[in-house]
Design a protein around this ligand. Structure first.
Ligand code: ARG
Length: 547
């Protein structure tokens, strides 16, 4: 039962009657009462009446079933206190339901979540790590809410670097695993040759042409490189407990056959302009610092296609073939303008209809303790596999180490940067992954000692009531996280729930209580464990019964 929406439904008719039109009562959980509505404040100017008077009139007109007390407070808030019966009924309904009382959405959308998107033959960097963690939490959450989620891993598997990589592989005598060796070292060796050896550079350029025109040997070697990289990424996903699988790879190469059609479509609409030999789109509303229109380069002067062309083709495909209602691109904030321009051009071209939502889900950087971009001790980019090894080595259990990294990434507003600090993220107290995991495991171990299962919940003590409201706040938190694509809204809620549980635990004896009180407290404990477990599942964090 979603108490916020229940109260919304109780107050909305009264607000509408007073205002003469529909009004969102804006009911929120509140520290001053159970819930609070601030809508009277917003109406005061429009109606030319004091907000307190409006609030009082709404209170008098509203259906107050399940509401023990309604009071006008401060400048014109309505403070709402629920009856114990309503709270008990809501808790029992949640306890009796696998889904904790959270109904699937009535109008499921097809949501494409584009996340992770690492580049072949390159190490995944921490930006890819954030995309992977945040994107996976979002995909899990939308799916659990009943949406039809399509995960897309837009792998960087095409473009000019592959001439150099394939040519280097040829030099090493073919595509056996042995000759590729460590992918990062392989990439770096190819790079060095490309930068220092004229002959190699020429061959690499010819190799790009051969690859793009479908030369079988070049294709085979390229495929070998891609396959090796995919395997590496899949290993990382498995270690992270990320739901991306082999079928979700849809790299840039997939769209190469569509790029001529992209150019033709844009040309037909008169959206392409030649600029220094390149074909560019200039979507309305994008200008540089100097006020000049900003180009989105669709075809480069050398005839090659780049990142933007591929993304335009991908939009066309996702809307036209996959039937997306909504597309989320979980990619670092530096690519914000790129996506805004791609979406704008796609709308102008008619590939992105008004009723399809395309959103760039940006995020900030991970910083080292020096406040600069996170680097390894040697000063180069951090290897993700090494980072995960270290997390596991530092923690009491693999699930705790990985959970700590993921939770640190998900618990703050994604747009902000955060400092990667092992001690802080692995701490068993505070707003951390391990804190939630221990809280959950402690409740599970309680049942081993209890000798009996959860009973029917009946809330009486204040600490029980606080815990109850935190439990019932789960649904609004999940829906808020989904609405704004902000997993931290759920993470913060779970942390509050775990704290409410520990306050309850201190004040209300469970195992030493008797009869129906004991049964009810075990019921609260069980519902807490299940809610933490489900919430952590949505964030992609393991919640073992024992740690
Ligand atoms: N490979 C890109 C990068 O490393 C990320 C891909 C994001 N997705 C997309 N549709 N452009 O920056």
């Amino acid at each position: 039962m979603n108490l916020e929406s229940l109260l919304h439904d109780r107050l909305a008719p009264a607000f509408a009657a007073v205002a003469g039109h529909p009004v969102d009562p804006a009911v929120r959980a509140s520290p001053h009462a159970d819930f609070q509505s601030g809508a009277a404040l917003g109406l005061a100017r429009e109606l030319g009446r004091p907000p307190r008077e409006i609030a009082a009139e709404v209170a008098a007109a509203a259906d107050l079933a399940g509401i023990a007390d309604v009071a006008v407070s401060g400048p014109g808030f309505l403070n709402l206190t629920l009856t114990g019966d309503l709270i008990d009924a809501a808790l029992r309904a949640a306890a009796a339901d696998e889904r904790l009382g959270v109904a699937p959405v009535t109008a499921p959308e097809r949501i494409v979540v584009d996340y992770s998107g690492p580049n072949v033959a390159k190490e995944m960097h921490v930006g890819h790590l954030r995309s992977t963690i945040i994107g996976d939490a979002l995909a899990r959450t939308y799916e659990w809410l009943g949406h039809d989620v399509i995960r897309v891993n837009h792998l960087g598997d095409w473009g000019t670097p592959f001439g150099m990589l394939v040519e280097h592989l040829v030099d090493l005598g073919g595509g056996s695993d042995h000759s590729i060796g460590d992918l990062t070292a392989f990439y770096q060796a190819a790079r060095v040759k490309f930068d220092t050896d004229d002959d190699f550079r020429t061959r690499a350029r010819l190799r790009v042409v051969a690859l793009q025109s479908g030369d079988p040997l070049s294709r085979d070697l390229w495929r070998e490189l891609v396959a090796r990289s995919e395997q590496y990424f899949l290993d990382v996903y498995a270690r992270l407990g990320v739901t991306l699988g082999p079928d979700d790879f849809a790299g840039e190469s997939r769209y190469q056959g569509d790029l001529d059609a992209v150019v033709a479509g844009l040309t037909e609409k008169g959206l392409l302009t030649e600029s220094d030999g390149a074909l560019c789109a200039f979507p309305a509303g994008f200008t540089g610092r100097d006020g000049a229109p900003l180009p989105l380069i669709v075809r480069k002067a050398d005839g090659g296609f780049g990142y933007a062309a591929t993304d335009l083709a991908a939009v066309r495909h996702r809307v036209g073939k996959l039937g997306a209602d909504r597309m989320l691109y979980v990619v670092g904030s530096p690519q914000r303008i790129h996506f805004q321009m791609v979406f704008a051009v796609a709308r102008e071209a008619g590939w992105l209809p008004d009723d399809v939502i395309a959103e760039h889900i940006g995020f900030g950087s991970i910083l080292g303790s020096d406040g600069k971009m996170l680097k390894s001790r040697a000063g180069d980019t951090i290897k993700l596999a090494a980072l995960l090894d270290e997390a596991v080595a530092r923690a009491t259990a693999p699930a705790v180490g990985i959970g700590a990294i993921k939770y640190a990434d998900l618990s703050g507003d994604r747009m902000g940067d955060y400092v990667f600090d092992w001690d802080r993220m692995l701490a068993s107290t505070g707003n951390t992954g391990p804190y939630l995991q221990y809280a959950h495991a402690r409740i599970r171990s309680l049942f081993a000692k209890a000798g009996s299962g959860p009973g029917e919940v009946a809330v009486t003590e204040p600490a029980e009531r606080d815990l109850a409201l935190a439990l019932l706040g789960f649904e609004p938190a999940v829906r808020a996280a989904a609405a704004s694509a902000e997993p931290h809204r759920l993470a913060v809620h779970l942390h509050g729930l775990a704290m409410a549980f520990s306050a309850f635990w201190e004040r209300c004896p469970v195992l030493r209580a008797e009869g129906s009180v004991r049964a009810s407290r075990l019921g609260l404990a069980d519902l807490t464990a299940r809610t933490l477990h489900t919430g952590m599942f949505l964030l992609g964090i393991e919640a073992p019964d024992q740690i």
